[in-house]
Design a protein around this ligand. Structure first.
Ligand SMILES: Nc1nc2c(c(=O)[nH]1)N[C@H]1C(S)=C(S)[C@@H](COP(=O)(O)O)O[C@H]1N2
Ligand SMILES: [Mo]
Length: 400
């Protein structure tokens, strides 16, 4: 069933419900409002449902890639259901399951542990999805689902050590306070990490209560969230209220159904885990309001941007100014003690009149890099297709 189109169409009209004679006799089930995942048809535009998601879940304005740490409000946001209303004073985080001493911690108790601060680049696993063909119908990200923040909190391994893990534990399950329905399944937002990742110190998973030195904003998980450096966003459970150590692999919706790399609907698929390398440009010049095409004047243009990988440190960024025909190495900024945060890069370009397509390609220390052809899967997850930035360079003396 195609999505509702945006634009001209039949006007929405009010009719008394009684006019629907079938209302009384039909079954009322979640399936009436919650459909299976699907791919957009060949010429199907972005639907009103996708637009509604895009208006709630905003990306980083790409010019904000200039900041080492993304300023408040410019970090991307993704929330599956509603942002829960949370009172910090009465919030409790419960730690239980296969542990010797279950814990119940308020915010004040969490603040008493030695605090750790990490600068972490977070990226949604669906980043780039709306550029894929066919397009998986979901939050329609272009490339802007990324941001970097300084998160402060307690290492998860410290809390788990205090609770005392019992033998036989395999997964640690994290539950948020948000609740909704997805593809017909009613649920709390819930994700798990394998025990070795939960207990690891590189990366060190944080139970975070501060972002950039202040309380977490409501949309970023107030008052407590998980931060799993190097992993795609879905692992960083917001509004964290429960941590349960489990002796069987977790098979909840967000683990076993969503966030898997599948070619076909009935593939079991591989789980989505760590962030694949990606580089983005700070958009050069100035934009056209509607097309967002960049406009520059001939002469030197400083190209700059950010690059990151959750698998291994970024070791190189190459830049193309001719649509991928040739590539030149960019100069990398310092990798100064923030192994889980993006790195800056720059390259001087001399713009000549005409149309250009710019792009940047990151490579990490394990040799992972970015493809020029789309890596496709049904969820559009973990795709890191090289960004294309069309630029118009004006003729000399053209004042527009
Ligand atoms: N409880 C809860 N945690 C969540 C989500 C959610 O919907 N509910 N969304 C996840 C996803 S898919 C992403 S990409 C990140 C986004 O984090 P941010 O909004 O702070 O950028 O949060 C993750 N944690
Ligand atoms: Mo996400």
């Amino acid at each position: 069933m195609p999505g509702r189109a945006v634009g001209p169409g039949p006007p929405a009209v009010w009719r008394p419900l009684a006019a629907r004679a079938d209302n009384a006799v039909m079954a009322h089930r979640l399936d009436d409002v919650s459909a299976p995942a699907r791919l957009a048809g060949p010429d199907e535009g972005i639907s009103q449902e996708e637009l509604a998601l895009a208006a709630r879940n905003h990306g980083i304005p790409l010019e904000a890639l200039r900041y080492d740490v993304t300023p408040p409000g410019l970090h991307y946001v993704l929330t599956h259901y509603d942002i829960p209303y949370a009172d910090e004073g009465s919030w409790e985080l419960v730690i239980g399951g296969r542990v010797r001493r279950p814990l119940r911690l308020g915010i004040d108790a969490l603040r008493k542990y030695p605090a750790v601060t990490s600068r972490v680049t977070l990226e949604c696993a669906g980043n780039g999805r709306a550029l894929l063909t066919p397009r998986p119908v979901s939050q329609p990200w272009l490339v802007e689902a990324v941001g970097t923040a300084e998160w402060t909190g307690v290492p998860l391994r410290v809390l788990l050590a205090e609770a005392g893990i019992e033998p036989g534990a395999v997964d640690v399950v994290f539950t948020g306070a948000d609740h909704g329905v997805e593809r017909g399944i009613e649920q709390d937002y819930r994700r798990a990490l394998p025990l070795d990742v939960a207990l690891g110190d590189a990366p060190e998973v944080l139970v975070a209560y501060a972002m950039n030195g202040g309380p977490l904003p409501p949309q970023h998980g107030h008052p407590v969230r998980l931060v799993v450096p190097g992993w795609y966003g879905m692992a960083h459970v917001k509004w964290l209220r429960d941590i349960t150590v489990a002796d069987a692999p977790f098979t909840g919706f967000q683990q076993a159904v969503a966030y898997r790399l599948r070619q076909d609907a009935d593939d079991e698929g591989e789980p989505v885990t760590r962030i694949a390398p990606r580089a983005l440009l700070v958009p050069p010049g100035f934009p056209d309001f509607m097309s967002r095409t960049r406009v520059v004047r001939p002469g030197p243009v400083a190209l700059e941007g950010r690059a990151w990988s959750g698998r291994a440190p970024v070791t190189g960024v190459e830049v193309s100014t001719d649509g991928g025909g040739s590539w030149r190495p960019a100069e990398l900024g310092p990798g100064d003690g923030h192994p889980w945060a993006w790195r800056s890069w720059r390259l001087a370009w001399t713009a000549t009149p005409g149309q250009h397509v710019l792009g940047a390609r990151a490579t990490d220390a394990e040799g992972h890099t970015q493809p020029l052809d789309q890596p496709w899967n049904r969820g559009g997850f973990a795709n890191n297709l090289v960004q294309r930035v069309p630029v118009l360079c004006l003729d000399p003396g053209d004042d527009g």
